[in-house]
Design a protein around this ligand. Structure first.
Ligand SMILES: [Zn+2]
Ligand SMILES: [Zn+2]
Length: 470
């Protein structure tokens, strides 16, 4: 009797079944099979032949649903690797490759027009790219050799121009973008070049639309896909090039189970598919630069002739701190720029006034009872709050719950504290932009109108400043 393993799009690993005599001839790796599971017939992917088993009562598969394989052997390898590497059941990874809409197709009657009201990239915007840089990558693609390139681009437009010049003559491409905005920015131009061969795929699309796209990717009608992180698992039969735009972006890391990083999966997929991988960025990640230095990736550095922004790193643990987060040298350079009439941003990744309330006798830190992380002090509201679950302590403790000591001290500064310190030390007016004050759309508009006006040259806030404001 032949035993086979199936992976179902469920939170379980692969399961072993018997394959009856009459189906054995038709069995190919990667086909979809109907099999009984918990009194139902459900669809799974045939992933490998199983070894002889001593298990009893093994069930028999029902039939073969798709005569031709849906997943290539390379995809099955990627699935198994991702499952091992990211500690996720194979079924969970399968759900990323073939979403629910594939197993239970959702019908769409009308073709969804691709809504796009944003400004998009135009042919006139594109820069000319030196052929020898492109040739380096094209040669590898032609040889069908796995190689990862890191393009350090001098500007975003250069990054997109490189991509468009590179992919024009190619087939079977997966392009990863960090967010939907980026996709919408370059999609119209890609569409004008590739027409029906191109598909965009991301979470903001309807299920019916995604269901159609998956079908067309498997049939080969769409051979150029642009999408957010999950398209790295797109079930394309062969891939010649994987592109990761703005490869430094944190958005490639999925913050829920399975915790994969799409950039790293792209490199691994390139390895399994013997494909070329192009990571590009105007500010490449440390990991990728390191991989170039180690010889794992090939660096294409195009920033040599461009002006660089001056970056100075200050180690706050060795500098003289005047207030939390404010060292002497930081304040001095702020003063210099203030005299010149420059605008200044202070970005700090901590909200609130003090980030910890600590007992100076036993070092105990007051933490959230649920999340076990330090509670943050908000001065205006006079409360302690957990920035993770929102738990609020409205009466600030005066006694340490561990040693019963009375010496509790606020330490570590958040944006509220930073604003207060800067205003007193430099005697200026500032505005603060963080989640606390950006809850209303109107508030954002108000900020935009007073930003960098005559008397406000300082903006203090969390990384929201970069995301929310122009
Ligand atoms: Zn204590
Ligand atoms: Zn909490």
């Amino acid at each position: 009797m032949e035993y086979i393993n199936l992976i179902f799009p469920l939170n379980i690993g692969q399961l072993t079944y018997k394959c009856p005599e009459h189906l054995r001839e038709k069995l190919k790796l990667g086909v979809i099979i109907n099999a009984p599971l918990k009194n139902r017939i459900i669809k799974g992917v045939f992933s490998e032949f199983a070894k002889e088993t001593t298990l009893e009562d093994i069930k028999t598969i029902y039939d073969i649903f798709t005569p031709e394989p849906v997943l290539s052997p390379n995809m099955l390898n990627l699935l198994k690797w991702s499952s091992d590497y990211y500690f996720a059941e194979q079924g969970i990874i399968l759900k990323h490759i073939l979403p629910k809409e594939f197993f239970n197709p959702v019908k769409t009657n009308k073709k969804e027009p691709y809504k796009n009201n944003r400004i998009s990239l135009k042919v006139e915007d594109l820069l000319s790219i030196k052929q020898d840089n492109l040739q380096l990558v094209l040669d590898m693609i032609e040889k069908k050799t796995f190689r990862t390139f890191l393009l350090h681009a001098p500007s975003l437009i250069y990054e997109y121009s490189f991509l468009l010049n590179l992919i024009r003559p190619l087939k079977n491409i997966i392009i990863l973008a960090p967010d939907v905005n980026t996709i919408e920015f370059i999609y119209p131009l890609l569409k004008s070049i590739f027409g029906e061969r191109l598909a965009a795929y991301h979470g903001k699309m309807s299920k019916g639309c995604r269901s159609n796209i998956i079908k067309k990717i498997i049939s080969g009608e769409h051979d150029i896909i642009i999408g957010t992180r999950s398209v790295v698992f797109s079930p394309m039969k062969t891939v010649s090039l994987l592109v990761v735009l703005q490869e430094h972006s944190q958005l490639y890391k999925q913050e829920s189970h399975p915790y994969y990083n799409a950039r790293d999966v792209a490199v691994k997929r390139g390895f399994f598919e013997n494909a070329t991988v192009l990571l590009s960025s105007i500010s490449p990640s440390t990991e990728s630069i390191y991989n170039c230095k180690k010889g794992k990736y090939t660096l294409i550095n195009q920033t040599k002739d461009t002006k660089h922004i001056k970056i100075k790193l200050t180690n706050l643990s060795t500098e003289l701190l005047i207030k939390p987060n404010l060292s002497k040298s930081i304040l001095e350079s702020a003063k210099i720029h203030m005299k010149k009439g420059d605008n200044i941003f202070f970005i700090l990744n901590r909200k609130g006034y003090s980030t910890t309330l600590q007992c100076i006798e036993c070092n105990n830190i007051i933490i959230c009872p649920t999340c076990k992380i330090p509670l943050v002090y908000y001065k205006n509201e006079k409360i302690l709050r957990c920035n993770y679950c929102g738990h609020v302590v409205s009466k600030i403790p005066e006694v340490c719950p561990i040693c019963k000591g009375f010496k509790l001290k606020f330490t570590g500064g958040g944006t509220q504290r930073l604003q207060e310190d800067i205003e007193t030390l430099l005697n200026i007016k500032t505005i603060r932009i963080d989640k606390e004050c950006l809850k209303k759309k109107r508030e954002i508009e108000r900020f935009k109108s007073i930003m960098f006006s005559e008397d406000i040259r300082f903006i203090i806030g969390t990384k929201l400043i970069i995301n929310e404001l122009p």
